[in-house]
Design a protein around this ligand. Structure first.
Ligand code: S3P
Length: 193
């Protein structure tokens, strides 16, 4: 994992991690606390197709979804200060790793496998978990992705025993944004990048 103080060109806080890590909810908490705009690759892709994510998978297949996901990420500029929420598979495309880093601080929301699995299984909205859905499949997907999350992340937060708000606070605290001088909407301090 790279050091988060030295390699950030962009201004955004970018959330990555497995399904069930809480990226969307934590993203909303971060948005409320920072007043940055919120961009979500799944939402961008869904609105581009005018379909839900499961509908895109079943109508066009995973590959088309992945291409649209990459496109959504590529179109995000490094200049705007945003909270970026990504789909769990964003790291599968090698090019995306650079696009993610270019946007700002990459935060990996991790957690105990069992906890991630339980949370992910709760929502019926995940096409990858529907086909031959099993605990083993989840493990396989997670194991393949762990090194990719680790490779691109600047910081990692274990979400297993934290609420979404607590995760947001932990992130902002790691970024130095809860310091005395920081105000919502002000830039990430230079020392935090
Ligand atoms: C996916 C995760 C989903 C969504 C799509 C594929 C994945 O997003 O992008 O179903 O490959 O892990 P979440 O991580 O928000 O569930």
């Amino acid at each position: 994992m790279g050091h988060w103080t030295v390699n950030q060109a962009g201004k955004s806080i970018v959330l990555i991690g497995m399904m069930g890590a809480g990226k969307s909810s934590v993203g909303r908490c971060l948005q409320r606390r920072t007043q940055f705009a919120l961009l979500d690759t799944d939402e961008i892709v869904a609105s581009k197709f005018g379909l839900s994510i499961p509908e895109i998978f079943s109508k066009y297949g995973e590959q088309v979804f992945r291409e649209a996901e990459t496109e959504a990420l590529r179109e995000m500029g490094p200049d705007k200060q945003t909270i970026v929420v990504t789909g769990g598979g964003i790291v599968l495309c090698e090019d995306n790793l650079d696009f993610l880093k270019r946007l700002g601080v990459v935060v990996w929301l991790d957690g105990k496998e069992e906890t991630l699995f339980e949370r992910a299984a709760r929502s019926g909205n995940r096409p990858l978990l529907k086909r031959g859905y099993s605990r083993e499949a989840f493990t396989r997907i997670l194991q393949a992705r762990l090194p990719l999350y680790a490779k691109v992340a600047n910081i990692r937060v274990d979400t297993s025993v934290l609420t979404d708000e607590e995760v947001a606070v932990a992130i902002l605290s790691k970024l130095g944004k809860l310091g005395r001088n920081w105000r919502p909407g002000s830039p990430i301090p230079a020392t935090a990048r």
